[in-house]
Design a protein around this ligand. Structure first.
Ligand code: ZN
Length: 252
């Protein structure tokens, strides 16, 4: 029997007006990061977690001005609470999934099951009833679009590969990149139904040129530039086609 916990989210205040909302009672491998970013005139929410409990409630006092809920992409573990926010944004290639999410198109069918949570958010919670609610985008974000928060500006980077409409948000001024699942400290997922390895490799070359100071990822801890480059080079090297034994031996 799993214990019932009072607080589902764990928040951590970082520098540059960034607050991380983690979900410690989700299997470590799946635990998503949701990011609140303070601006002068409006705030950003980058991803909204599993949707097991209300992220809007957890944001509490941080909700003191308009907020745009951005989806780095539309997998279930990143858009669970998007329906709670009236302003929602994603890349056009993920808009249909946000509008009509299913267990299949959000990949919940592959990854979500009873073993993925280690506590209950309230007595009687039944993970078999887990599902993602529709959250059609009110704004579409294309590569190069700017999100102006009044005193800071984020640029949308299209980072396809993990999924077709994966995006990152890049703040040149601070060197912060919010990467979603395009890059994180772990094995990249490029074999999902809508993944594209060629596009993923392109995305990695693109990110390698970015003068980042810190990468806030969709999972695990944040990365510095050196570690980002190591992960990128590791991925690219792993995708170089190995010679098959017949070629090495020169047999025909
Ligand atoms: Zn994902």
């Amino acid at each position: 029997m799993l214990k019932v916990v009072e607080e589902w989210f764990e928040s951590q205040t970082l520098e540059d007006g960034v607050t991380l909302f983690g979900e410690p009672y989700v299997d470590p491998w799946l635990q998503p990061n949701s990011w609140h970013v303070r601006g002068r005139d409006r705030d950003l929410l980058i991803d909204s977690g599993m949707g097991i409990m209300s992220l809007k409630d957890a944001l509490g006092a941080l909700l003191d001005k308009p907020i745009l809920a951005v989806a780095s992409h539309s997998h279930f573990d990143h858009i669970g609470s998007h329906h709670e926010f009236s302003e929602r944004a994603c890349h056009p290639a993920e808009a249909d999934i946000m509008t009509k999410p299913t267990d299949q198109n959000t990949v919940a069918d592959v990854y979500m099951n009873e073993s993925m949570i280690t506590a209950l958010p309230h007595p009687g919670y039944d993970v078999r009833e887990y599902g993602i609610r529709p959250a059609p985008p009110t704004q579409l974000l294309e590569d190069g679009n700017l999100l102006d928060l009044g005193d800071r500006v984020f640029k949308v980077l299209h980072l396809p590969g993990h999924s077709p409409g994966s995006i990152g948000l890049w703040e040149e001024e601070t060197g912060i990149l919010f990467s979603g699942d395009a890059i994180y400290e772990g094995e990249f997922l490029d074999q999902l139904y809508h993944s594209d390895v060629e596009a993923y490799i392109e995305t990695m070359h693109h990110l390698r040129e970015l003068p980042v100071r810190v990468v806030h990822c969709g999972h695990y801890g944040s990365l510095g530039r050196e570690r980002m480059i190591e992960l990128i080079d590791g991925y690219i090297a792993s995708k170089k086609a190995p010679l098959c034994p017949a070629e090495v031996l020169g047999s025909s």
